[in-house]
Design a protein around this ligand. Sequence first.
Ligand code: CMP
Length: 142
Amino acid sequence: MKQRTLAILKPDCVRKNLIGKVVKKMEEAGFKIVGMKMVKLDSNTAGEFYAVHKERPFFYDLVSFMSSAPCVPIVLEKENAIEDFRKLIGATDPAQAEDGTIRKLYADSKEQNIVHGSDAPETAEYEIKYFFSSKELVENYG
Ligand code: CMP
């Protein structure tokens, strides 16, 4: 069954002019883009999105990084999208990521790791709704 996941091209991806290259990897891996926009998060919004990490030592740095420049939330659709997208992006720390993954190719560190991907069906649903209304998502690709 088709599944949806939320990707975010993070501020380092936008700053390094890598949007096109990362989107190409998504398309080549068989993901359909069913929603896409550019947003500049403020620290409140970034903090709310990452609220699950608020007790972690890296929370403040994560929020300031995510609000430092625009980012690009994208809703991707495919069979097994959540797990397959996590495989395509690779481990959080690019040094641990497998060859050919997006983070191995383009990320500098686990703090600035180019792209986010939802980690489970419940988080995907929450995260997609966080950025997109149903009118902003394509239902039938044609
Ligand atoms: P992401 O998948 O967007 O979800 C949480 C983010 O926290 C993660 O990617 C990392 O980029 C970021 N992060 C920053 N520091 C750390 C850390 N020490 N361990 C894990 N994640 C971190």
